[in-house]
Design a protein around this ligand. Sequence first.
Ligand code: SAH
Length: 238
Amino acid sequence: MNKLINPIIMALLLIIFPACKEDKTPNDFTTARKQMVQRQLEGRDITDKAVLEAMQKVERHKFVPPNLRNMAYADRPLPIGEGQTISQPYIVALMTQLADIQPHEKVLEIGTGSGYQAAILASLCHQVYTIEIIESLCEQARIRLTNLGYKNVYVKCGDGFKGWKEHAPYDAIIVTCAPPEVPQPLINQLAEKGKIVIPVGTQWQELKVITKENDKIKTSDIIPVRFVPMTGEEVEKM
Ligand code: SAH
């Protein structure tokens, strides 16, 4: 009798708790990533071939905590520790597409988090500078990106509000935490004809694209978004 009941109970448990299933194999992850690109990105408004290729190439499951790997390609943000999140794949692709990154360019990211957005950027351009304010996340991202073989990403622990003056100007700046207003140092460190992609606001934010041409600043509103807040003493002074 027991011999029959046990498999039935196991099958029921697997239906009720899909997370109990064995971990996905590398092939499963490749398939999940293909589906993510087709359904969540091409199925929406991501048309930039280079961005789609980068999203297909970078192994997002290597940037999430091991217990969440099976959800790495879901259409949602995921926790990465310290109360922070890795953005939804669509938002990463949208921000990258809006930044219109070219192979010879130098890009600054504020809010390294897991390092995933930095890895996507590193697949598309010459050099990526990225800043993370939480020391432990910063160190983990630096190790992760090194272990995965990214040689064109430079990770700094500090307050991204101030940008990274030594390597400015940047052709694009992507901000993945939300300040209440656009930090002036980032505008100053943007190259002529460069673009800043940034969520601005408090509870809910507007994703904005800021361009600089002949020293004139233009702003376009894209969509409402929800990011973790930018922290640090500079934001607190605002
Ligand atoms: N781009 C990340 C998502 C990060 S979530 C990824 O791909 O995983 C936003 C990150 O911004 C958090 O890790 C948070 O600690 C960081 N952050 C918040 N305020 C910051 C600041 N002033 N400077 C740098 N990083 C900041």
